[in-house]
Design a protein around this ligand. Sequence first.
Ligand SMILES: Cc1ncc(C[n+]2csc(CCOP(=O)(O)OP(=O)(O)O)c2C)c(N)n1
Length: 361
Amino acid sequence: MSKPERNIIKMEDILARNEKSNVLFFNYDNEAFMNTGIQESGGTPPFASTTTSPAGEKIPGKIGIKQDLVTPFAFYGTKKLFLATTNPSYPIDFMGKIADALKSNGSAFIQSYSSCMRGWRHSAADAVKIQKLATDCGYWPLYTIRVEDGIPTFTYYRGLDIDKEKFVEYLKSMGRFKHLFKPQFREKEIDEIIFLTEQRNKKLKGLIEKFGAEKPVDLYRVNRKTLEPQKHLQPGHGLCPGCGAGMVLNQLATAAQAVAGTNIIYVNNTSCSEVSTSKDNVTSWNVPWVHHLFESGATVADAISTTKKILKSKNLYDREIPWVIHIAGDGSTYDIGFQFLKAALIRTSSFVEMNEYLQQK
Ligand SMILES: Cc1ncc(C[n+]2csc(CCOP(=O)(O)OP(=O)(O)O)c2C)c(N)n1
């Protein structure tokens, strides 16, 4: 079979593009409700031990699947949408996708893998390695979906094939799966996690086949030397050493700064990223940042973006419309905030595009 064609996407071309997202909704997925004590969420993988699915004599960790969150968004019939998965151990792909999303009309949803040394029980020094392994073993594939007039086009970067050896190494590297290896080797459960992941990837490959771009492989080219170190978020925050969310926020802000400068507003649902960057009434953010409820920050992000556009259309706002990024953990994305996110994503990617008064001018 011939090699799939690659689509080279250069950062300078993205930055030169005259497009702008309404809201970038961003989920960092650390696969449990972490800041309240490691409770299971819809993003928790099967058989991971959490405080509400503790591995022991009764159950071998979480009973249930890791829900597939990103691909269904492609089929709600939105007008213009950018969807992608990222991993901070692939920073070029990560920052390229953030910039691409922000410089695409319509709205965007990006879900990032985000390790948690405390909740997953591994040493801080292993965070980057474990994150990389997640994509390399096929657990966390990196792909993009661009919806135009309701039709999705799928592209990918890597991680669609399962490497069983690496998958077992991945599971072994974290305390949350320790019970699958000791005191006895639980082959049935290990096989089940791999099987469920294979089934998810099979669906994804089918969608790529059916709705794939002519050049299905996206390769971002970002010259890191030309990127200014981000100044949106100061180093003085309370995230754990080796926290994946720290790497995620740093890369998110670096790409966002390249696109928006300081003309940006972040909206943060209650989560680790929120509590750790707003301790004792002192914020770590140098740009406007709003904390909103655990469940409904997505609605607030939509409201901020849409209100500015309405004011501008009435000549009551003469500055450039700011970029808006909504940040949420998996608990508030998969579970308690899902209806707010779904509604805000569809509103900002369709209604705004349909309303001439709200279009980017
Ligand atoms: C309606 C509601 N239920 C529960 C809470 C308590 N609460 C605050 S943050 C949080 C967990 C957040 O988990 P997640 O979104 O995964 O972010 P993480 O802490 O992992 O960063 C919970 C349960 C709340 N603030 N509001």
